[in-house]
Ligand binder design. Structure first.
Ligand SMILES: C[S@@+](CC[C@H](N)C(=O)[O-])C[C@H]1O[C@@H](n2cnc3c(N)ncnc32)[C@H](O)[C@@H]1O
Length: 519
């Protein structure tokens, strides 16, 4: 990707600067994977023209779209400049917005060289995850974000440095209006970006939109608007809407969130999706001394990463045929779906898996090679073993066949769930893969303390607020999000019951935002 990106020269596509070589390379790539790789999802016309309207103060203002795709934003204003990496889209943008100047090339490279400045910067930057957004391109992007004052971590998705680097190209008093992923409301890297925006603009505003702007992708999209470049603010204006509504200016905020409140909420905006009354109740209970967070009682981590699941997990019949002794095998929980609703994993569950010949036996080898029995060494040297040792995770550990972090936890949490989150006691003493989170209690706390505090509506609501929606009704909890789950002690339960209705209202609202009942 990096080579392709830097191989391009900047060019005005109207003068036919697209080389033949790049055209034929473009053709070879599958359209779908390219759309994903470059984050090519185009903004509906009404959204693009509304964002341009919010950002323009005078007809003579010049706008920039740093990743203009096929030119939807450029077509909404007379004085527009667009940058687009993909030559085919750059050409369409030029055709669609003939008055605009379209440069075909890589935005961060262009931004580091240009002396142009704009009154408004608008668009829908690509959402490319760090695996694809790598090498020199990422270094350059993160460097420009840093110049803006946003110290973004390596794992930041591409949209965040796009917002930061674009802002540097504004004239004083300028505005930005971007379609951004709903991740802005929960991703760890959104916090340094929002803090930097507050240090550089008079007004920072976020509009959460429940109905999907892009029905073809699972991620929700929200809107980020900031005005008065060169100023500062101590608050974020936040508004949530069912549908995106075209309007002359940014809608009136429902909440003015002070930066202190935002930081106290650990840089997460999801709680402001709650109705005001539910938010007040939530914040009252989270401050109550009788309400703990799971992280103060227990450690939550991802399960082990084998690096080659099908090699390292055997069916009982396979282990018998290979003559591998139980001494080298551990029963493993491999899917969140296998967690029992009764919230206790017992030896009876394990017996059933074994009787059904499920692939649940982890090959757990800690000895040096020469100490391992011949049967195990033969399996390691089999074709499957040769393939497994070439897998990335196996290659990068020594010895390749020792799966690290295999521990028996006190319990499990499903990290992804289409319904409610389960906290399950590990009576069966199983281990678990990274399809689940493993929970280990801290000294002084018993697993039943956590389980007893997990069943009420406050804890349930906290799962929705502290986790995040993955689209399609799925709730995802990263370990640090799971550690934020509220666990009331018995002393707080009576008060929680008295507020049950308000908390349930909040729960219903959060479930709407995770599209749990959408078609
Ligand atoms: C989400 S699309 C948005 C396009 C347009 N702004 C819209 O909303 O309709 C993102 C665009 O960024 C382009 N892109 C991806 N990486 C880029 C880069 N480093 N420099 C310039 N454009 C890039 C993609 O080809 C894609 O057309």
């Amino acid at each position: 990707l990096e080579q392709q990106l830097f191989g391009f020269q900047f060019a005005d596509v109207k003068v036919e600067a697209i080389s033949r070589a790049s055209r034929s390379t473009e053709r070879k790539r599958s359209k779908v994977s390219q759309a994903k790789r470059l984050g090519q999802f185009f903004t509906p016309a009404s959204v693009a023209s509304t964002l341009v309207r919010w950002s323009i103060r005078q007809d003579t203002d010049r706008i920039l779209d740093p990743s203009c795709g096929n030119g939807e934003f450029l077509a909404a204003h007379e004085y527009a400049v667009g940058i687009e990496y993909d030559p085919i889209h750059a050409r369409s943008a030029s055709e669609r917005a003939p008055a605009a100047l379209v440069h075909q090339g890589e935005f961060f490279e262009w931004a580091s060289e240009t002396r142009e400045r704009f009154e408004a910067i608008v668009g829908n930057p690509p959402y490319i995850r760090y695996q694809e957004f790598s090498g020199k391109l990422r270094q350059r992007a993160l460097h420009q974000a840093k110049l803006f004052g946003a110290n973004l971590p390596e794992l930041a998705s591409s949209w965040a440095p796009f917002v930061a680097a674009s802002s540097l190209l504004l004239n004083p008093g300028g505005r930005i209006a971007f379609v951004v992923p709903a991740e802005i409301g929960h991703a760890a890297y959104a916090k340094p970006l929002i803090e930097a925006l507050c240090k550089n603009f008079d007004e920072v505003a976020i509009l959460a939109v429940r109905k999907k702007l892009f029905p073809s992708i699972s991620e929700d999209a929200w809107i980020l608007f900031a005005s008065g470049y060169g100023g500062t603010t101590n608050s974020i204006n936040f508004v949530a809407q069912e549908h995106f509504i075209a309007s002359a200016s940014f809608p009136r905020p429902h909440f003015q969130i002070s930066l202190d409140e935002y930081l106290r909420a650990r840089g997460r905006l999801r709680r402001w999706l709650l109705p005001a009354e539910s938010l007040t109740a939530y914040e009252y209970f989270e401050r109550l001394p009788g309400v703990l967070r799971l992280g103060s009682m227990a450690e939550v981590n991802i399960g082990y990463v084998s690096g080659a699941n099908s090699f390292f997990h055997l069916k009982p019949s396979e282990a018998a045929a290979l003559n591998i002794s139980t001494k080298h095998l551990r029963v493993s929980l491999r899917r969140g779906g296998a967690l029992p609703a009764a919230r206790e994993l017992t030896s009876r569950h394990v017996e059933k898996w074994l009787a059904d010949d499920e692939q649940v036996l982890l090959l757990h080898l800690r000895d040096e090679l020469h100490r391992l029995p011949k049967s195990v060494r033969q399996y390691l040297d089999s074709d499957a073993g040769k393939e497994a040792r070439g897998a990335y995770k196996c290659r990068s550990r020594n010895p390749w066949y020792t799966v690290p972090d295999v521990k028996v936890p006190d319990g499990f949490i499903n990290c992804m769930s289409g319904g409610d989150v389960l906290l399950v006691r590990n009576t069966a003493r199983c281990v678990a893969t990274n399809s689940l989170h493993v929970v280990t209690m801290k000294p002084r706390f018993d697993f039943s303390d956590a389980q007893n505090g997990f069943k009420n509506c406050l804890s349930q609501l906290s799962r929705e607020v502290e986790g995040h929606s993955l689209g399609g009704g799925m709730l995802k909890l990263e370990p640090r999000e799971a550690q934020s789950i509220l666990i009331p002690r018995p002393s707080a339960l009576r008060e929680i019951r008295a507020s049950a209705r308000t908390l349930q209202d909040g729960l219903a609202e959060m479930r709407l935002w995770r599209h749990i009942d959408d078609e």
